[in-house]
Design a protein around this ligand. Structure first.
Ligand SMILES: [Zn+2]
Length: 141
């Protein structure tokens, strides 16, 4: 079930090759783990997850494999946003590029940072993700 503004999408094969597929495991994987470590140990939702990614804090990135969202990327500092903005709040650059799927770009940046990826597929885990946002992350610090 998709919320307004979401559309089904596929995670690229190159990314999936590095991802841990959480299907078949208990429906408490990274997502549930994230819910139980404190507010500094995990973030939920697109905005918070993308901010943590930009800071290099993401240890495990968990996404619903059907979740994707249009957004923007700063052409100067490479920060990712889940909405299109006129200029980058972080570096002030006006070279903002709209992107069709910010989730895919987040997965690629997480790989570059050697974060683990968890792709959520089981219905129970997906329901939990949907209630809080299609992305979550466990943080390094
Ligand atoms: Zn920027």
């Amino acid at each position: 079930m998709l919320k307004t503004g979401q559309q089904a999408c596929e995670i690229p094969r190159a990314v999936m090759a590095h991802a841990v597929d959480v299907e078949g495991r208990r429906p408490v994987d990274a997502a549930a783990h994230a819910a139980h470590v404190g507010p500094r140990g995990a973030v939920w939702g697109e905005g918070a997850t993308l901010a943590a990614l930009h800071e290099g804090r993401v240890m495990v990135l968990a996404v619903d494999d059907t979740f994707c969202k249009a957004g923007a990327r700063c052409g100067t500092c490479r920060s990712l946003w889940d909405f299109v903005l006129a200029s980058c709040p972080l570096c002030g650059s006006a070279s903002i590029e709209p992107v069709g799927d910010v989730v895919e770009m987040a997965l690629e940046q997480a790989l570059e940072q050697r974060a683990a990826l968890e792709i959520v597929r089981s219905p129970a885990a997906r329901r939990m993700m949907n209630g809080r946002g299609g992305m979550a992350a466990l943080l390094r610090w």
